[in-house]
Design a protein around this ligand. Structure first.
Ligand code: 13P
Ligand code: SF4
Length: 303
């Protein structure tokens, strides 16, 4: 089947089954032709909590689909390709989060959404890359634990010097592929370019940024500013969309290695099969779901 035929079939089936397709902006760009919403983790969580659809097809990675299921337990949540995991989320399990908390008794834990439901169930509040600083600030505490991304933890620490942020040693292998030297060289080649960096990058890369933000925040920055050139330090899916949406501007990927293969599994064929055969359904045990829900809802309720 051609892509055009697949897109037509998916869009028809979506209506017939009262399904919604949510896609992260690291997905292959052709997924946008069938997606009802494309965005960052925060936007996708918000939408998953509000939709009236009976089925949510989540074109993203497992923890994102699981978050949607936690927020919408009565809906069927489908992950089109079951290989779509997240290396960072896999760096912390239930035993490890418990050990981390035991080392620092009575210090609240802030948990990045890039984590499993079991881990979220152990934390006090969740955050995404878009709101991590605000979430920690809202707690008004002197000390917090942060898991699993130590680089997002460093970004929070940099913005909130009065809070002690104790980070778990997790990281995103994709974002760590960007090294400061590459950015410095690019800045020499593209003198007027603005450097936009995701906070999962190493703090030495973050230091070189003109703007640090989530994927959606980076895209909004490009839309709302009038520079000619932008160096983008996040996964390739973002630059694919920026080039498509703003052909008059120039976007340069900070490193050709910036591809998250976990995010590229889902294809249009997978999405069609997912809708046809209700696969692959994501479930969360109710006791864990309830606990994880508290920490996600606390985050969503913040402005
Ligand atoms: P966003 O919070 O920008 O969606 O990022 C999610 C993610 O997995 C980045 O690696
Ligand atoms: Fe996980 Fe990194 Fe891929 Fe995001 S880019 S899904 S954090 S491995």
């Amino acid at each position: 089947m051609t892509n055009t035929e697949l897109i037509e079939k998916i869009n028809k089936l979506k209506k017939e089954k009262n399904a919604i397709i949510l896609a992260h902006c690291y997905q292959n760009p052709e997924i946008d032709f069938v997606a009802d919403y494309v965005g960052d983790s925060l936007g996708l969580s918000r939408l998953a909590s509000k939709t009236d659809a009976e089925i949510i097809v989540f074109a993203g990675v497992y923890f994102m689909a699981e978050t949607a299921k936690i927020l919408s337990p009565d809906k069927k949540v489908l992950l089109p390709n079951k290989n779509s995991g997240c290396n960072m989320a896999d760096m912390i399990n239930l035993k490890q989060v418990k050990e981390f908390k035991e080392k620092y008794p009575d210090v609240p834990l802030v948990c990045y959404v890039n984590s499993s439901a079991e881990v979220k169930a152990q934390c006090d509040i969740c955050c995404t890359s878009a709101n991590a600083v605000n979430v920690v600030k809202s707690l008004g505490l002197k000390k917090v634990l942060f898991a699993p991304d130590c680089y997002l933890g460093s970004w929070v620490q940099k913005n909130l010097p009065d809070v002690e942020v104790i980070s778990y040693p997790g990281f995103c292998p994709t974002h760590l592929r960007i090294i400061p030297d590459e950015i410095v060289k690019m800045k020499i080649m593209y003198k007027d370019a603005k450097i936009l960096v995701h906070p999962e990058c190493h703090q030495e890369v973050v230091k070189l940024a003109d703007f640090v933000g989530s994927t959606t925040q980076i895209m909004q920055y490009c839309e709302s500013t009038n520079h000619k050139q932008y160096i983008i330090a996040t996964e390739k899916g973002v630059i694919d969309r920026l080039k498509r949406d703003f052909p008059e501007k120039e976007f340069i990927l900070a490193s050709s290695k910036l591809i998250c293969h976990n995010m590229k599994w889902n294809t249009l064929d997978d999405i069609l099969n997912s809708l046809l055969y209700d696969q692959f359904e994501v479930t969360v045990e109710e006791e864990i779901r309830q606990k994880a829900l508290n920490s996600i809802q606390r985050m969503i309720e913040l402005k």
